[in-house]
Ligand binder design. Structure first.
Ligand code: FEO
Ligand code: CA
Ligand code: CA
Ligand code: CA
Length: 719
């Protein structure tokens, strides 16, 4: 990496996909032709047929056309404020440490706070809205009262310690003190919080009975093909059916049956195994998997939690094969993370479920295609690390409209998320694409010499290796996916890739260039892009793709870098969050950037996208090599416009709305992240003092927080 690293980046910097998977193309092509025959030529549908079918399938329930982006673009800045367009108000609603129970003391924000299991966690990330009616019953339409369910991904840290939550910054060496680790274990996970508007202002309810925290210590039940696998056996769960907690939850999703799903992303960095562990495991196939998932023997863990004492809650973070059997140690503990977890936000008595059928990876969000009666439920997912893949899950069960408001929401989750087929995407240079089946029904997986897949559990647990084996396309860090409610097209942000080289460019990841940040050169796909695809129907195994947007600085060369014609009103770097509004159809794009931050803080943009194929082709030259990519139409401020710029050091992430589209909730994650631990006692040296400087106290330590944005005239946001 040549641009500034922030803590979160380090854990996306794992170059663990060393699979030589282009070498599998030969195998793949043979298999595809056989499958195309078996499936009646599904791989050869023409572009016209694709467009017509998808449009027809998605006409119902689509939002009315937005007349235009009805606001003035917000200017780029590096000030320590949240700025929104004139005519809008942004209000801080719920920040790190805020109490979630009547008995929890008010937050002091000086590093002495206690009872972290009953406070808002850190690093607010993906967020979803769940309406409550006036009687406090679940609703799909109510707009002034509801629950926000969200992720608390990680913490602002330096040298092991989450320094802003410890009075003196904490101990930045091993062994870590148990009292500090106990706080850090609690600030990760999920929260559910009730919020309400009185028509003028929104407030969260500290005493609501719905409020809930899920942490790294909360019991979870394993569902799907990995349940009971020998690779999930731990001292905590000798039969491999239970797991403890959820960790590094990044993107989110809302299921068609009204529950919350959350992706476990950079969980591997929290584990430690000593340098002898590969040798100790001898021929265990997990050694290959441990390395593929970024956990090399001898590498330090992110926080050193395993060093804090002999209690099980610390020891579990050492995933070495240390005892005589898997029942007696935590060699498999890391295998209990990396899943999509499902939670019923309306019922805190229900146990968290790990949905292993959706595969194990660095999960970002989960975006569902609109559910269609009689058709499978389909979900799209990204694996956010350099050179990882885009995935799709197709349920075995067919959608029943009665499940839109089921008597038991998690039972509906069992029905749709525990059995189905997982696929990884292959983007071909000609603009077509294939979904490659990851199951033992696929002879490439069943007969793989790359990794031994014996059971469906092996595919669910070692998903990245299965996708390597079939030759999926290595993408520039797949982050959030979103489905356009107007036409069913699926968008994926590819945030950036410092390791993309001229030798490895392909049509779907076609740019390598040099950008200057404060005069220093940074190379690769520095700013990222957004790919999109259209399928004949969501369960299909073929698609057609183009690149909707090439992120870029406005001043960059329009022939090689700024291919989408971005200007000062809409230029951006490192797209991450991407959510389509169901109310307005606006595509909201958020950034998690370290490349353009010499000139602007991270931001939120509003887009009115066209459709796959609305642009043309562009050929890029790298020496003698030529890459022809497929790009969407050029942008203008009428189609893409900056709506918000956040405070210093913060990522803008997570976005949800009330059903009427008149309140928009987003998360400001890790303001002040580049503060030095040594300066924790010196507020003047903090990179950011937000949200205290926006009137949300106490203290000056920066806090991740949820904000709510409303239009002063009460209108829909962005229109
Ligand atoms: Fe947590 Fe991939 O961002
Ligand atoms: Ca630059
Ligand atoms: Ca993200
Ligand atoms: Ca990110």
């Amino acid at each position: 990496m040549t641009h500034d690293l922030r803590p979160g980046d380090i854990f996306n910097d794992e170059d663990s996909n060393t699979s030589n998977n282009p070498a599998f193309e030969q195998v793949l092509d043979t298999r595809l032709s056989r499958r195309s025959l078996l499936r009646g030529g599904a791989g050869v549908a023409g572009a016209a047929a694709l467009g017509a079918t998808a449009l027809g399938g998605c006409a119902t329930g689509a939002p009315a056309a937005v007349r235009g982006l009805g606001f003035q673009a917000v200017a780029k800045h590096v000030q320590d404020v949240v700025s929104v367009p004139e005519g809008y108000t942004a209000q801080v609603l719920y920040g790190l440490g805020d109490p979630l129970s009547a008995s929890t003391p008010a937050f002091k924000n000086d590093g002495t706070d206690t009872d972290w299991g009953n406070r808002a966690g850190d690093h607010h990330d993906g967020i979803e809205w769940f309406s409550l009616d006036a009687q406090g019953q679940p609703s799909t339409t109510f707009n002034s009262r509801g629950l926000l369910a969200m992720n608390h991904e990680a913490t602002t840290d330096e040298k092991l310690t989450s320094f802003f939550i410890h009075a003196d910054g904490g101990k930045a060496s091993l062994p870590r003190p148990a009292a500090e680790v106990d706080k850090e274990l609690m600030i990760h996970g999920l929260s559910v919080v009730e919020v309400q508007s009185d028509g003028k202002r929104w407030a969260y309810k500290p005493q609501s009975a719905f409020n809930r925290r899920v942490t790294t210590m909360t019991e979870a039940v394993v569902h799907g093909p990995a349940r009971g696998s020998e690779h999930l056996v731990t001292k905590y769960s000798p039969d491999g059916t239970r797991a403890r907690g959820t960790l590094n939850n990044c993107g989110t999703g809302k299921t068609p049956w009204g529950t919350f799903v959350s992706g476990e992303e950079n969980w591997f960095g929290y584990f430690f195994r000593d340098a002898e562990d590969d040798g100790r495991r001898k021929k265990d196939k997990q050694v290959q998997a441990l390395n593929r998932y970024g956990r090399k023997a001898g590498a330090a863990s992110r926080h050193g939690w395993e060093s804090a004492g002999s209690d099980d809650r610390f020891v579990r973070w050492n995933n070495g094969a240390l005892a005589a059997s898997a029942q007696a140690d935590y060699r498999n503990e890391m295998n209990t993370f990396g899943y999509v977890v499902e939670l019923d936000p309306y019922d805190k008595r229900q146990t968290l479920r790990k949905r292993t059928a959706l595969g194990r990876m660095g999960h970002e969000n989960v975006t569902f295609a609109p559910a269609v009666v009689g058709q499978p439920v389909v979900a799209y997912m990204g694996d956010d690390a350099r050179g990882e893949y885009i995935y799709k899950f197709v349920s075995s069960a067919r959608w029943d409209a009665a499940d839109a408001q089921p008597a038991h929401r998690l039972a509906a989750g069992d029905k749709y998320l525990d059995q189905g087929t997982l696929y990884a995407a292959r983007f071909k240079d000609d603009g077509s694409g294939e979904w490659l089946e990851l199951s033992l029904d696929n002879p490439v997986i069943a007969g793989s010499s790359y990794f031994e897949f014996k059971t469906a559990a092996d595919v669910a647990i070692f998903t990245r290796l299965a996708a390597d084996a079939v030759g999926a396309t290595k993408m520039d860090r797949p982050e959030w996916g979103g489905v356009n409610p107007r036409n069913g097209e699926v968008y994926f942000t590819l945030t950036n890739n410092s390791q993309r080289t001229e030798a490895t460019v392909d049509a779907a990841n076609p740019r390598v260039y040099t950008d200057l940040k404060a005069g220093k050169a940074q190379k690769g796909n520095v700013h990222g892009h957004i790919v999109r695809f259209i399928e004949p129907n969501p369960a299909a195994t073929n698609f057609r793709w183009d690149i909707y947007l090439f992120a870029s600085e406005a001043s960059a060369d329009r022939a090689t870098v700024n291919l989408s014609n971005l200007s000062d009103e809409n230029d951006l770097s490192s797209p991450d969050g991407l959510v389509f509004s169901k109310a307005t159809g606006i595509c909201w794009i958020q950034t998690d950037d370290g490349a353009y931050t010499d000139q602007t803080n991270c931001m939120l943009l509003a887009a009115l996208p066209g459709r796959v194929g609305d642009g043309g082709t562009q050929t890029l030259a790298y020496g003698d090599k030529r890459v022809t990519t497929h790009l969407g139409q050029a942008q203008s401020p009428a189609t893409l416009k900056r709506f918000l710029v956040g405070p210093r050091g913060a990522e803008i992430t997570g976005i949800t709305e009330t059903p009427d589209g008149r309140a928009l909730f987003i998360n400001i994650q890790h303001p002040g992240e580049n503060t030095k631990m040594a300066d924790v006692g010196t507020p003047a040296k903090y990179e950011s003092q937000w949200p205290a400087n926006a009137g949300y106290g106490p203290g000056q330590r920066p806090r991740s927080a949820t904000i709510v944005i409303t239009k002063n005239d009460g209108g829909q946001i962005g229109t």
